[in-house]
Design a protein around this ligand. Structure first.
Ligand code: COA
Length: 214
C-alpha cells in the first residue's frame, strides 16, 4: 500500500484505513490529568475563541476565519470522521471546558496512526498537548496501532517540544513540502512505538472504564 499522508484530517474524510471506532458510541478518555471527550455543539463559542487566530491558521489546517458557522460544521464533521477511523476529541481537565483538541487518525501505513493537536493560547504552559497524546496511546494500541507518528513543520518549535515530551523522536524520513492555505510548509516526521508498556488508563470516577471502546 502506498503510504498516504493525510495531515490533519480537516475535511473529515479521505482516511483510508480501518479502525474499530466506527460506531456512534462516545469516546471518553480519562488519563494524565485530562478528560478527552467528543466535541459538542455547546463548545462552539469556546472553539471560536481558541481556533480563530492567525497562529492556528498558520500551523493547522483549521479554516480561517474560524467563526461560529465554521465551528458548528467542524463539530458535525468531527463526529462523522469516526467512520473513517479518526478520533477527534476536545482536551479538557474537567470534562467540560475545552482547552484544545487532539486527533488520532489512520495513516494508510499498516499499524501506524498519526496524532495532531492544538491548544488554546490561554491554556499553554501546562503540557496539555503532550499529555493528551500520551493519554491516547493505550487507546491507539487497543485499535491495533503499533507505531505513532507526528508530522510537524520544521519551524514549529513549540510542537517539537510537544513531540519530545510525548516520547517521539525525529525520523530520517524525507521532508515533505505541504502547501496549505497561503502557506508552504516543510514537514518532518516524528515517530514512537506503541509497545504496550504505556501506563494503563485508570478507571474514571463513575467506575465505568475510562476508555469506552465501542
Ligand atoms: C503546539 C501546541 C499545541 C503546544 O501547546 P501546549 O501543549 O500548551 O504546550 P506548552 O505551552 O505546555 O509548551 C510545550 C513545550 O513547548 C515549549 N514552547 C512553547 N512555546 C514555545 C516557543 N514559542 N518557542 C520555544 N519553545 C516553546 C515550552 O517551553 C514547552 O517545552 P518543554 O516541554 O520542554 O517544557 C500549541 O503551541 C499550539 O496549539 N500551537 C498552534 C497549533 C499547532 O502548532 N499545532 C501542532 C501542529 S503540528
Amino acid at each position: 500500500m502506498i503510504p498516504v499522508s493525510l495531515g490533519w484530517p480537516d475535511g473529515g474524510g479521505g482516511t483510508v484505513q480501518r479502525s474499530g471506532h466506527t460506531s456512534g458510541d462516545p469516546v471518553i478518555v480519562r488519563a494524565c490529568g485530562l478528560v478527552l471527550r467528543e466535541w459538542q455543539p455547546s463548545d462552539v463559542p469556546n472553539m471560536v475563541a481558541m481556533f480563530n487566530t492567525r497562529e492556528m491558521n498558520r500551523w493547522t489546517p483549521l479554516e480561517y476565519p474560524f467563526d461560529e458557522r465554521v465551528a458548528s460544521a467542524y463539530v458535525e464533521r468531527a463526529h462523522r470522521a469516526r467512520a473513517g477511523g479518526t478520533i477527534q476529541l476536545a482536551i479538557t481537565e474537567d470534562g467540560l471546558t475545552p482547552l484544545g483538541e487532539v486527533l488520532l487518525f489512520p495513516t494508510g501505513v499498516a499499524q501506524t496512526c498519526e496524532f495532531a493537536y492544538a491548544v488554546g493560547s490561554a491554556y499553554r504552559g501546562r503540557a496539555l498537548a503532550a499529555r493528551a497524546v500520551r493519554a491516547l496511546l493505550p487507546l491507539a494500541r487497543s485499535q491495533g496501532y503499533r507505531t505513532a507518528r507526528l508530522v510537524i513543520a520544521v519551524d514549529n518549535v513549540p510542537s517539537h517540544h510537544v513531540a519530545r515530551a510525548a516520547g517521539f523522536t525525529l525520523t530520517q524520513e524525507r521532508l515533505q513540502r505541504r502547501e496549505r492555505k497561503s502557506y508552504v510548509l516543510t514537514m518532518a516526521t516524528w515517530a514512537r512505538s506503541i509497545a504496550g508498556d504505556e501506563k494503563p488508563v485508570p478507571a474514571g470516577p463513575t467506575g465505568f472504564p475510562s476508555v469506552r471502546v465501542p
